[in-house]
Design a binder for this molecule. Structure first.
Ligand code: COA
Length: 169
């Protein structure tokens, strides 16, 4: 393996319904850094459907075997967590232009809070550009097939949350 960009990076998120889009960004980031910490935000401003424990369990299941990915959760500021774990970079995926304003503002704010940590944006694969957790939930609730968008553990947890029968995959 080529020398990594830095020992560690942090990929934070709510991950309230892990999608193949999140996994795509994780794998790209894990190939660039010695260690990737995927961290579930406890105090995200959203009201998640899954508990922190459920979101962490899904991530652990779907990253099993990825030797340089660590799954954890954190409370408080992302940038403080990055410093705590020795990460020089916060990773975020940029899917479409509408992501840009929010992500740009967060990146600049995080750098203002602590200039030791940079934000790196990665481009997702074309097949995941249009995927989001809330659209997936809506599709499932309307009886649609979500297997192309989310890994098996997410679908299992979502079906159980919505009292739907297990899928056949
Ligand atoms: N593929 C598919 N979906 C993606 C995606 C990708 N590559 N990237 C983002 N998404 C989607 C998610 O599905 C989710 O969709 P939804 O809104 O429909 O549910 C949405 O984009 C964002 O989810 P996620 O990537 O999990 O991140 P987030 O925006 O919820 O996370 C935090 C925000 C946690 C990073 C931010 O709130 C934070 O840092 N909080 C900690 C407190 C803090 O430090 N605040 C100050 C920040 S300056």
């Amino acid at each position: 393996m080529d020398a990594p960009l830095a020992p560690a990076a942090l990929y934070p998120g709510t991950f309230d319904g892990l999608t193949y889009g999140h996994l795509d960004i994780m794998r790209r980031a894990a190939s660039l850094f010695g260690r990737l910490h995927v961290a579930v935000a406890v105090n995200a401003s959203k009201k998640p459907m899954f508990t922190v424990e459920e979101r962490t369990a899904i991530l652990l299941e779907e990253t099993r075997g990825e030797t340089n990915i660590r799954v954890e959760h954190f409370e408080g500021l992302t940038v403080e967590h990055a410093v705590r774990i020795g990460a020089k970079a916060i990773i975020r995926g940029l899917r479409v232009a509408s992501d840009f304003e929010y992500e740009w503002q967060m990146a600049l704010m995080n750098r203002d809070l602590d200039a030791r940590v940079e934000t790196l944006f990665l481009a997702p694969s074309a097949q995941t550009l249009f995927v989001s957790s809330s659209l997936v939930k809506e599709i499932l609730l309307q009886g649609g097939d979500i297997s192309r968008f989310v890994p098996p553990a997410t679908e299992r947890y979502m079906r159980s949350k919505f009292n739907l029968p297990p899928s056949e995959r």
